[in-house]
Design a protein around this ligand. Structure first.
Ligand code: GLN
Length: 292
């Protein structure tokens, strides 16, 4: 007889990973909550469920990311659908959501937002699964969001997430490279209060690209196939033309790119350039304001 207990005692996966995969199977096959793993750990598991487990277990042993195997990842205060076409949202990217949220709340206090017609406008460039824009749209409903991506596959997943989260009333999506995506969208003439982006910033040939989850994620979401700074540069150089006076830009970057990104912001004419640390203590983001 196969039970949760016997599967967990036999698997070579780390126990936390095995539990996540089993909890996913419980939800999908038995419509049981995760907690059922504990309370029913001696329940006999059906043959199809055990077969499905064996397949997930072996795919995980080959390195496939847990998030792709179970199809979701929690980010900030939301759960996002994810699949092989999008970057798996990272905890450090919640930093950009926090920077954006505090900006929107401050502007609200200063009276910029509040009534229809003057809702703040937020742009998320290279949204992937929609993580940044959707987490912010969830946390701060009184704004209008545009999220872009050059990958139709990623944008389809982001749109699906907007529907599942019930956020379609405040977000729209635009396909294309960085700011050129806006040309064909309803954001073509929009100046934004806030621009956020977590672009591909890993330098070409970085050994991390051959390790862990990154092996399975779209390369275009991870690396610019160059110095790691080229997409950041495009985004920063283009930002003044798309921001209102006094508007804020915040970008995520690599742990060793803080000085380079701050220099780019300075030469693009920004002020109040501020580096931000992630929870691991790395300089992970920079924000800056367009002069009034
Ligand atoms: N933060 C990701 C990583 O280092 C990279 C994502 C990106 O390039 N924006 O795994």
């Amino acid at each position: 007889m196969t039970t949760v207990r016997s599967l967990l005692s036999q698997t070579q996966l780390p126990k936390t990973e095995a539990r996540m995969l089993l909890a996913h199977l419980f939800e999908v096959h038995l419509q049981l909550p995760k907690s059922a793993l504990l309370s029913r750990d001696d329940m006999e598991l059906s043959h199809p469920l055990v077969t499905e487990w064996a397949s997930l277990e072996s795919r995980r042993m080959q390195g496939e990311p847990i998030a792709y195997l179970i199809g979701t990842r929690s980010f900030h205060a939301i759960d996002l659908r994810v699949g092989p076409g999008v970057l798996i949202p990272r905890p450090e990217t919640e930093l950009l959501v926090e920077i954006g949220l505090s900006e929107l709340q401050q502007r609200h206090c200063l009276g910029f937002a509040g009534t229809v017609g003057t809702l703040p406008r937020v742009l998320d460039l290279g949204t992937g699964s929609g993580a940044i824009a959707l987490a912010l749209a969830h946390a701060y409903p009184k704004a209008r969001y545009i999220a872009t991506d050059a990958s139709p596959e990623a944008l389809a997943i982001a749109k699906q997430n907007a529907v599942l989260l019930g956020l379609t009333d405040r977000i729209s999506f635009a396909l294309g490279d960085w700011y050129s995506a806006l040309k064909l969208s309803d954001g073509s003439n929009t100046l934004f209060d806030l621009i956020l982006s977590n672009p591909p910033y890993i330098v070409a040939g970085d050994p991390h690209l051959q390790q862990g989850d990154l092996r399975f994620e779209p390369a275009s979401a991870l690396t610019d196939h160059a110095s790691g700074l080229s997409c950041l540069e495009t985004i920063i150089k283009g930002a003044p033309a798309h921001l209102k006076p006094g508007g804020l830009i915040a970008v995520e970057h690599g742990f060793d790119q803080s000085d380079a990104v701050q220099a780019m912001l300075l030469s693009a004419g920004f002020e109040a350039i501020t580096p931000h640390r992630d929870l691991a203590g790395h300089w992970r983001a920079a924000s800056a304001r367009k002069p009034r």
